[in-house]
Each structure stands twice: as structure tokens, then as C-alpha cells.
Design a protein around this ligand. Structure first.
Ligand code: HEC
Length: 395
């Protein structure tokens, strides 16, 4: 019962999370495009930077951008902020409904660090808060005069953090936390910096004061970071069901590659939409192609994997001891009334049908058995893996 309830909560929250994220990213891509499509021409109102025409859904849209602000406050002003807040809130709720609710199974890997659930959850929350504090300090430090240096330090810090998470959480949770700290920085930027600075601007305008451009500059730095981090964070979130990413012993190297690939794609679109030509829009895709191939090849390099001689009887015994309590037509575990994910290993045919998934979950990574509830040893994983890779022969 509890499992089904938890799964439904997780599904509903995931649904809301994805919808908010689409809203946030969609509007942010739209405004990036809008900004670069602006044309300055005669006849625009006082203080206008440019205007842009578009057509959508059977109607024409005419948008004018004011460099700092219009001469008078418009009556109705639409703020784009809830898309971002809801994405973070639903994301954090999902963290609760999965990683915190089932901390023993998902957040903790006792072979990595032996923590109890309270410690693991506290560590997870602390990591989210501290990453924001670090990032915010970084942006406000003396380095802010050199945005490229800030970006480089941020890159190194994210990669270092992902290495750190690998020393604390389960592989899957470590990977997700890298995504979660990036997402927290992005929403933090909207909540703590971009919106408050814009509010100052609006207040100045209402009071008839000359708005200060410096607030715009600060907001711009943060929104540039958000722009470059958008694509990597999406990959980090959706790859949580692809063990070839998070289960790698050097997953942090893959994090670095994903950051570069995602940022390069964004840079291409930024430049392309700004109408740039030549080398400015030519280097990104070749780089992305080479790095993507590098990422795939790197994921296949698993220095921690070995193939050993096995006895099929022993190998089957391992599956019986470590998997069947849950993955059976009649699970003996009282956590489950039916086989989780519908996956059963009651006979050789079922095992062979799922062999590559079993390797992914229990050999390439320690995701299964859930929370290593059965204390499966490294040696047993190697034997089971060697047997499964050989096609799970019966003798
Ligand atoms: C304590 C219960 C439990 C045990 C023991 C267990 N599993 Fe699982 N398994 C689960 C649950 C729960 C899921 C669904 C997880 C999810 O979807 O996030 C699952 C999912 C899976 C999946 C599908 C994953 C996917 O995303 O496609 C595979 C493959 C798997 N387990 C293999 C194994 C193997 C191999 C063993 C033994 C070495 C094992 N499991 C032991 C509970 C268990």
C-alpha cells in the first residue's frame, strides 16, 4: 500500500515538476530569443531599445523593449517568477517523496558511507543550502569584475562538488545532487537576486527616481549563468534512470563533460540568434560532437569491472539470495505485494530477458539490491555480472 501511495505521489509531483520546468525554460528561451531579435528603428517610443514582431496562433505580436524602464509604470505587469519557484518547489517535493522517504534504499549506500536516514537527509539539505551560499558569495566576491573567472570557478566547484557527493551518497543520489545544487543556484538567482533587483527598479520608477543601471548588470550576470546551466541540469535530471551515467566510478568527469556540452549548445544558440556569423557560430557543434562521443566512450571505460570464471549454480544462488525477495511473482519481502517495476527473476528466461538491466543495476552500479538490504558483496556482483554477460548459461 505504502509503495503504491509513494509511487503515485512521486508520479504526480514529477508531472508538476516537468510542467513547471517546461514553463520556466520555455519562457527563458523565449526571452533570450526576444532580446536578440530586437531591432532599433525610428518611431519607437521614448526609451525603447528596439522592437520585435512575431506571429503565433493566428495573430501578430508586437513587442517593444525598454532599455531600463518605460517613462510610466504600466497598469498590469506580468512577472515571470512562479515558473522558476514552482520548478524548485516541486523538485524538492520529489526529493522528499523519493530520496528522503526511501533514504535507506536510494540516498544511502553503506559501502560508500555508513549513515542513518536522519544524517543522510540532513547532509542532503545542508548540501543544497551551502551550495547556494558558496555560489552567491562567489558572485559577490572581488572576482565579479571578471565574469569569465567566476564562470571557471563555478565550473570547478560544481565538478568538485559532484566528486564530493560520490564520497557521501549512493551513486544515483550523488548524480542527482549535482543537478539539484545547479537547480538551486538557478532558482536562487531568480528568487534572491533577479526579482528583488527588478523590484528596486520598479520602485524607483514609481517614485520618479532615475533607476540605477547597476542592478541590471548584477541580474545579467546571474541570468547568464542560468542560461549556460539550463541544458546540463536537464540532462542531470533525466539521466537518473540511466545507470551508465551516474554509476561510473569517475562520474564527476562526466559531469564536467556534460557542463561543457550543454553550455556550448547554449552559446551557439545565443550567438546564432544574435545574428553572428563565421567562427562565432562554427566551433560549438564540432566541439559538442567530439565531446559527446568522448562521453560515450568514457562511460564504456570501466576500470572497476572484471570478468571472472563462474559456476552457474553459484551465480543463480546469488540471484536467489539477493534479488528474488522482491523481484518475484510472489515477493517474500513485505515491502512489495508485486514485483517492483514488474521485473521478475523467477526463472532463467526471465533472467536472460533482463540480463543487461541486471548488470546495469547491480554490477555496473550498486543501485540494486535496494539499499543493499541483503548485503550483497563486491565479489558476488562480479560473479553475477560475469555470468549474466556470458548469457546466463545454466551449466
Ligand atoms: C528490497 C527489494 C529489492 C531487491 C532485493 C532488489 N530489487 Fe531491484 N528493484 C526494486 C525496486 C523498488 C525497483 C524499482 C526502482 C525504480 O523504479 O526506481 C527495482 C528495479 C529494478 C530494475 C529495473 C530498473 C529500471 O529502472 O529499469 C532492475 C533491473 C532490478 N531492480 C534488478 C535487481 C537485481 C539484479 C537485484 C538483485 C541483485 C535486485 N534488483 C534486488 C527492489 C528490489
Amino acid at each position: 500500500m505504502e509503495t503504491i501511495l509513494q509511487e503515485w505521489i512521486s508520479l504526480f509531483v514529477r508531472w508538476a515538476h516537468i510542467i513547471s520546468a517546461i514553463g520556466w525554460i520555455g519562457s527563458s528561451f523565449y526571452f533570450m530569443w526576444l532580446d536578440s531579435s530586437l531591432k532599433k528603428r525610428a518611431g519607437l517610443p521614448e526609451g525603447a531599445k528596439g522592437d520585435s514582431w512575431s506571429v503565433h496562433g493566428g495573430g501578430f505580436y508586437h513587442v517593444v523593449k525598454y532599455q531600463v524602464a518605460p517613462a510610466e509604470m504600466p497598469e498590469a505587469l506580468k512577472w515571470f517568477k512562479w515558473e522558476s519557484y514552482m520548478t524548485w518547489l516541486t523538485g524538492f517535493t520529489m526529493m522528499f517523496a523519493t530520496y528522503y522517504w526511501s533514504a535507506t534504499g536510494l540516498l544511502i549506500d553503506r559501502d560508500v558511507l555508513d549513515m542513518n536516514e536522519g544524517q543522510a537527509i540532513a547532509a542532503s539539505m545542508a548540501v543544497l543550502a551551502l551550495s547556494w551560499i558558496f555560489y552567491d558569495r562567489l558572485c559577490k566576491s572581488f572576482l565579479r569584475k571578471w565574469p569569465v573567472v567566476v564562470m571557471a570557478v563555478l565550473f570547478i566547484a560544481i565538478v568538485a562538488a559532484s566528486w564530493g557527493f560520490q564520497q557521501v551518497f549512493s551513486a544515483r543520489a550523488a548524480w542527482l545532487h549535482t543537478g539539484a545544487i545547479i537547480a538551486t543556484m538557478m532558482t536562487g538567482n531568480v528568487f534572491f537576486i533577479i526579482i528583488p533587483n527588478t523590484k528596486i527598479l520598479v520602485a524607483d520608477l514609481i517614485a520618479g527616481r532615475e533607476p540605477k543601471a547597476e542592478f541590471g548588470v548584477i541580474a545579467k550576470l546571474r541570468s547568464t549563468h542560468n542560461n549556460y546551466l539550463t541544458l546540463p541540469v536537464i540532462l542531470m535530471m533525466i539521466s537518473n534512470h540511466y545507470p551508465m551515467t551516474y554509476s561510473h566510478p569517475y562520474a564527476w568527469v562526466m559531469v564536467a563533460m556534460v557542463l561543457v556540452i550543454g553550455a556550448a549548445v547554449r552559446i551557439f544558440y545565443n550567438r546564432h540568434e544574435a545574428g553572428e556569423h563565421g567562427f562565432a557560430v562554427q566551433w560549438q557543434w564540432p566541439l559538442v560532437a567530439v565531446m559527446s562521443v568522448g562521453l560515450v566512450v568514457f562511460s564504456m571505460w570501466r576500470p572497476d569491472q572484471k570478468q571472472v570464471d563462474f559456476d552457474p549454480v553459484v551465480a543463480m544462488e546469488i540471484v536467489n539470495n539477493h534479488c528474488i525477495a522482491c523481484h518475484s511473482a510472489n515477493p517474500s519481502s513485505d515491502m512489495f505485494d508485486e514485483a517492483p517495476a514488474g521485473i521478475k527473476f523467477d526463472n532463467l528466461n526471465q533472467i536472460r530477458a533482463h540480463a543487461s538491466k541486471m548488470v546495469a543495476q547491480a554490477v555496473l552500479s550498486n543501485t540494486m539490491p535496494l539499499g543493499n538490504i541483503t548485503n550483497m558483496t563486491e565479489e558476488e556482483r562480479v560473479i553475477m555480472g560475469s555470468w549474466l554477460r556470458a548469457g546466463a548459461p545454466s551449466e
